[in-house]
Each structure stands twice: as C-alpha cells, then as structure tokens.
Design a protein around this ligand. Structure first.
Ligand code: ZN
Length: 579
C-alpha cells in the first residue's frame, strides 16, 4: 500500500474536476450535461468518449474504456494507480508523497545499483584510450556519438575491472555474481563481459536491468552475450525501448515491433522512435498485452528470414481475436531492419513502413509462395485456407476487397469464392446460436441485479443474503466488491466506489457500463426475486452439467449411483419449485 489513505485520495478526487484533467490530454466539447472527445485508447475518428462531470467518470462507447480521472491518467500515461493520483494531485496543486512499499522493495534490490554503476562504468571506458577501436567500429557501422549517448552504449575491458570497481564500492561478491555481470571461480569473482561493446537493456520504467555484449575485435562463438535472467530481468516481461517508445507510439497511434535492440537503435537514426524490440522471436502473452496497450495500430517488422516469418505468424496467431489493427512488413533478402537500413537506405525503409500489408494481404502472399498454380488441387486448398481467414474479418468492405484479390490471383470467379464464404459463415452462425441465447438471458438478469445494487443500498444486503452468486466471473467479482464496500462504509456511492477499486480496470469498466443502463420506471419496480430465480436456474443448470460430466468419468459403481441420485434430487427440487 502507498502511504496515502483512501480518504486523502477521495479528497483529491473531490477537488479535481475530471473535465479539466482530461482536457490536458484530449480536447473536449460540451454537449448538454456531458463533454465529448476523441478516445485516446482506440483508433478513434469520431468523438466516442464522453465525460460526465456529474458522475466524475469518462467512458468510451466504442472500446468500453471507462473510469475516473485517476484511471484516465493511469491509462494515458501508463503509470500505476498511485502515480496517477500523484499526477492529478500535482495538477490541482496538492502535494502528496506516494512512495509505495512495493517500489521501496524493488529499489532496495542491490542489482539496480550494480547495473547503474556498471553501465556508467562501461560508458566511461568507451571514451578512454581503451575505447578507441570500439568507437571506430561503431562509427563504421554508422553509430555516431549521439546514438552512443542516447542508448548509453559502453565497453567492457579485458580484465575484471568492473568487479574490482564494484567491490571497491562495497558490494558483496554474492550480489555481484547474482546480478549476472560476474562469475565465481574458487574464492574469486571475475567479469563475464570482456572486450565487448555493451548495450544496456532496460525495464519498462527505463532502469538498466541487464546487458547485451557484442564482440567487435575478436573471434568468438557468440556474437552477443546477454545477461542471464535475474529477479529484476525477466526477458518475457520486457520490451526494449518501451520507456522511450510509449510517448511517440501514443502520438502516432502506431507501435512498430521488431526483434532486436539493434533494429530499434538503427531505426532511431532515421528518426523512427515508436519502436520496441521483443528481444527474441517468441512473443509472450505478457509482451503482447504491453504492445497492445501502447497503440491501437501495430506494425510487425521482424527479420526477413524464415524465423522472422514464423515469428510474424505466431504473433498474429497470439493476437487473434483482439481488436488491434495489425500490419506486416516483410523485408527482402532475409535482412533484419538494421541491415536493411544500412544496405538499402532510409528511403526504402520508410517506403516499406508506409506500405505495410494488412494481415490478410500478408497471408494471401505468404501462403501463395508455396502454391503451384498449375496444380488445381493446390489452388483449391489455398482458396479454402484463405476463406477460413476471411471469416474472421468483421468489416464487410475489407472482406469484399480481399475476396476480389483472391479471385484475381487465382483466376477463380469472385462469385464462387463469395458463395463458398457464405456457406461457411452459415455453419459458424448455426453452431453458435443456441449458446448466445442462454448467455443473454442470464446476462440480462445479472446486469439488472447489479444496476439495482448500485442504485439502492437495500439491494446490496438483499443480494448478499439471498443470492450471492452471478454466473459471469467479472460480474460476480463486481457484486462481491460492492458488498464488501458497503459493509466497510455503510453506504454506497459510485464515484467513491470507483476510487476504492483503484486499478481494477475490468471491474471499473463494467460498473460504469452498468451505471449507464436505462430501465423504465416499471422495470425498476419489478420484484428482484424474479431475477434471482433466473440466476438460480443457471446455477442449477451448471450443477447438472458438472454432475453429468462427473458421472461420465466415474468408474466406481457406488460413486456413480451417488452422483446419479444427486442429479435426480436436483431435478425433482427444480420441478417442484415451478409448480
Ligand atoms: Zn475508445
């Protein structure tokens, strides 16, 4: 917990006007009681975000992002909840101290200090006589003084100079070894990096947490040596250049994703800085989430080789079903972006980036590469694969265009492809329909119950005593948070509750959504027990489904009898209730 109380945060919220806070980031126009602006959290072209000074909340009608002033700042500035509170407090001239215990802990890790000293040490080496050759090497590769400074590039020397420097500053051998810059041998510790150009690696906040060391004047089996994973350096959770790219990506509404840090550095030399590197070919779900939060548009530019193509496909697969708009750049001659700029020049790179392909165009062309167009069977397979891809396109116009392209490239008539696509769509719809109806009925009841709870304090305890269950996880969590809040403060109001939720964005988006629902006077006078019954029915159905599957998997005949009896009991109980 931060050393600022819930009450203090409440008082900051009361003093801050959400319209003024958001106006610092996005222009707003007043319409009636509310204000409207372009939503910064998706690729918005019409003002889709409304701000209600009365409720103290904002909400985007397209992407569903919602919350109070703190949540807006949090999302926009990519900071923690408490940092957002501090930013809002600063804006209204209230001074607070937000150092959180979590931050103190991470700052306390001696590894941060070790890396801080190490990168400055390496940097300094590069400017001494020992760094002459390395600097010449860098300048030859068109990495000039400015780039060296911007990316804190340095040099390790031929002996254990870093270890000695760290020991002289009082660091313990154990800590130096566990930081990954040294190894233990007998009673002594030695530098791992020798005669290498040192590129610092950063965490999301811009702290140095590791290195990649590159050879420049010797032969070695490994061109690069990367720091091993430590408590502060977890490869799958980092993106190189994140702390620098986030501002520009937000402005450009586009983030370029590359594989290596050299690609990032090289792109910066031609003025392109909205770039992050995944530091490896396999992108993790965690990294994907970070990337998607940076900007609504993503441009993938992995290496031009086979591995880069595989990584591109894996990324698209991983992001499948998300709203991000992904485009793809494939570089020719197996080049990576760094080599590409060096050999083909800035203009060709910029041309490539501005002509990035849509995912579907990319798939059309990449599948096509392996097709023998004289073999009608292969062409037919190709068309079927692409039709499966087209089913995923929501936008009718985009789909039309893609069908046309496929028809032109295969010489198969547009109408035939279109009719095949229609057939497969029908199949998809039919298989999904029954499930949707069920969800709607329970969802409707759940939303109604939640709406009544946030508008009538009596309903909160009534829910707690008589139902305490909703089928959907998020809705159930929201309901129990409402109950907890009510029990703690003996009353409920929406804006205080949103502050109480801090950074639980999923719940905040949902509760703002619920508060905006419209019911008629008659509906609001409905007996809530009827809605509870609908939910109980879902509970009952769930139990039957669960027991039935238990029954299928149970081989012990006594236990099978017991389960069967439970099912019968449930069914009798339910049918008695209806009468
Ligand atoms: Zn939005």
């Amino acid at each position: 917990m931060a050393n600022i109380s819930y009450e203090e945060i409440l008082s900051i919220q009361r003093k801050a006007n959400i319209v003024d806070i958001i106006r610092d980031y996005v222009p707003l126009t007043q319409r009636g009681k509310n204000y409207f602006g372009i939503c910064p959290f998706h690729d918005d072209h019409n003002p889709s975000m409304s701000v209600s000074p009365e409720k103290g909340v904002y909400k985007c009608f397209v992407c569903g992002n919602a919350g109070n002033a703190f949540n807006f700042v949090m999302e926009y500035e990519k900071v923690s909840f408490y940092e957002a509170v501090k930013i809002v407090a600063d804006k209204i001239g209230v001074s607070i101290d937000i150092s959180t215990s979590k931050k103190e802990n991470t700052k306390k890790s001696p590894l941060y200090d070790i890396y801080n000293i190490a990168y400055k040490f390496y940097q300094n080496n590069l400017n001494t006589v020992y760094g002459k050759d390395a600097k010449k090497y860098l300048l030859n590769r068109k990495i000039d003084e400015d780039v060296i400074k911007n990316f804190n590039i340095g040099l390790s020397l031929s002996d254990s100079e870093l270890c000695n420097a760290l020991k002289a500053k009082g660091f313990k051998d154990d800590d130096i070894v566990s930081s990954g810059v040294a190894v233990q041998n007998g009673n002594n510790i030695y530098d791992i990096y020798k005669n290498r150009i040192m590129f610092p690696l950063y965490d999301l906040e811009g702290n140095v947490v590791g290195f990649s060391g590159r050879i420049y004047n010797q032969k070695s089996e490994s061109k690069y040596i990367n720091t091993k994973e430590t408590e502060i350096f977890k490869k799958g959770e980092l993106l190189y250049n994140y702390h620098i790219a986030k501002k520009e990506a937000r402005k450009e509404k586009n983030i370029i994703v590359v594989e290596g840090f050299m690609d990032v550095i090289r792109l910066s030399t031609i003025g392109i800085v909205n770039v992050v590197a995944t530091m490896g070919t396999a992108v993790t779900k965690y990294q994907l989430n970070l990337i998607q939060k940076l900007a609504p548009n993503i441009t993938l530019m992995f290496d031009g080789d086979k591995a880069g193509e595989k990584a591109t496909n894996a990324f698209i697969e991983l992001a499948n079903g998300n709203d991000s708009n992904i485009k793809v750049v494939r570089l020719e001659d197996n080049l990576d972006p760094d080599e590409y700029i060096l050999t083909k020049g800035k203009d060709k790179m910029i041309y490539n980036l501005s002509h990035a392909q849509s995912v579907y165009d990319y798939k059309l062309s990449s599948y096509k590469e392996n097709i023998d167009f004289n073999d009608s069977k292969e062409v037919s397979n190709y068309i079927n694969v692409m039709i499966k891809e087209f089913e995923k396109i929501d936008d009718d116009i985009v789909r039309e265009i893609e069908i046309k392209k496929l028809s032109e490239s295969t010489n198969v008539s547009y109408d035939l492809i279109k009719s095949k696509l229609k057939d497969s769509e029908k199949k998809v719809i039919i298989t999904h329909k029954p499930k949707n109806i069920k969800i709607n009925k329970y969802e409707k009841a759940s939303k109604y119950i939640l709406y009544r709870m946030i508008n009538d304090n009596n309903m909160i305890l009534y829910y707690f005593n008589n139902l305490s269950y909703l089928p959907n996880d998020t809705e159930r969590k929201l309901a129990s948070e409402i109950v907890l809040f009510y029990k703690k403060f003996n009353s409920f109001n929406l804006s205080d509750f949103i502050i109480y939720l801090e950074d639980k964005k999923e719940l905040i988006n949902l509760v703002v959504d619920i508060s905006d629902l419209k019911y008629t006077e008659d509906e609001l006078n409905d007996n809530i027990d009827n809605y509870f019954d609908v939910i109980k029915e879902s509970l009952y159905n769930n139990q039957i489904v669960k027991l039935t599957s238990e029954l299928k998997n149970e081989s012990n005949s006594v236990k099978r009898m017991e389960i069967a009896q439970k099912i019968v009991d449930l069914k009798i109980k339910e049918s008695n209730k209806d009468e």
